[in-house]
Design a binder for this molecule. Structure first.
Ligand code: AMP
Length: 319
């Protein structure tokens, strides 16, 4: 089927059978999915617009996945704004919105069999949130199967998630192209996030140190890794109200610290707590001559096995 729809209202599916019926209307081939937890903002819209530009049909999933929240995390207070989410989907010309409840996705309760994120799932965000990425990859795998999408769009904002979803698609032969979309920011640099709703006015001011630190680090990229880290850290130490969990400059495929001799693409990532809210942000940087901030990594960046040492063999990564 090659028909195009001129839809003013997205199809809405809440159950598996509704999804199957709606999905049959769209036909096969050229179907993109944008997976979200709701509380949609301009960052999500950017993913949808990019998907619309590339694909014949766009499916948005809105599902607050309990599997990826730890027992002490913010699942119950996570913002739920379905009416405004639907208005955004309508405005962006989404074809189908899948809005399941947990019992639709996990009809037999928490799944006994899950996707393991492996070692990359235990560092950075995974260290702070044990099991988080197993929960993410499990639901991403299920939603890819259920939607039958050929293309899937994820934000650079959640860099480790993006890297792991790419790895899962490769390692487990999912027939999907994973597309990265640059981080959308407020004019003052704050990365858009559904969790920004939790910030008070003064928290928000404090939170700006994260993007400022990343910008300062990226601006030092021509001078090498330690200059990047030093410049970023200098901004964060000036803001004691942000409780920094980590600030790292890591290789985009191994997520290990890049050594001082390293030149090429690296991920400068930060996480911290501001008020009661945990925030993450990152910027891909090109370290070395002509270096600086990148919008997203090149296709090759996440595919190799880590930095090669100056002698050509894979070198030790610890500094
Ligand atoms: P979430 O609803 O937070 O799970 O996010 C759904 C998707 O939107 C993920 O692929 C995120 O990386 C992406 N996303 C969230 N915030 C932004 C942002 N500020 N810019 C670009 N993409 C984003």
């Amino acid at each position: 089927m090659t028909e195009t729809f001129d839809r003013t209202e997205p199809l809405v599916a809440r159950t598996r059978s509704e999804l199957t019926a709606a999905r049959a209307e769209l036909g096969d081939g050229g179907v993109a999915v944008v997976m979200t937890m709701g509380a949609l903002h301009e960052g999500h819209s950017a993913l949808i617009r990019r998907a619309r530009a590339d694909a014949r049909h766009v499916i948005v999933t809105i599902f607050l996945n309990p599997l990826q929240f730890g027992p002490r995390e913010d699942l119950s207070r996570y913002p739920r704004t379905v009416d405004s989410d639907m208005a955004i989907c309508r405005r962006e010309g989404v074809d189908l919105v899948f809005l399941p409840t947990p019992d639709v996705i996990y009809p037999e309760g928490d799944p006994g069999v899950r996707v393991s994120a492996g070692p990359l799932g235990n560092v950075l965000e995974g260290q702070a949130r044990p099991g988080h990425f197993d929960g993410v990859l499990t639901v991403v795998g299920k939603l890819l199967h259920l939607t039958g999408a050929d293309l899937a769009y994820y934000g650079q904002k959640d860099a480790q998630q993006l890297i792991l979803i790419r790895r899962m698609a490769r390692d487990l032969d999912f027939p999907v192209d994973v597309v990265a979309v640059p981080t959308v920011r407020e004019a003052d640099g704050l990365a858009l996030s559904s969790r920004n709703m939790y910030l008070t006015a003064s928290d928000r001011e404090t939170a700006l140190c994260l993007s400022r630190a990343l910008a300062a680090g990226a601006a030092a990229a021509t001078e090498g890794p330690s200059a990047v880290r030093r410049a970023a850290r200098a901004v964060l130490v000036g803001e004691p109200l942000a409780l920094i969990d980590y600030l790292v400059l890591v290789h985009p495929s191994t997520l290990e610290d890049v050594p001082e001799w390293y030149r090429g693409e690296a991920l400068l990532a930060v996480a911290g707590r501001v008020g009661t809210t945990r925030l993450i942000d990152n910027v891909p940087v090109n370290v070395g001559p002509g270096g600086g901030a990148l919008e997203i990594f090149s296709d090759a960046a996440g595919r190799d096995d880590g930095p090669s040492s100056p002698t050509g063999s894979t070198g030790p990564l610890a500094l």
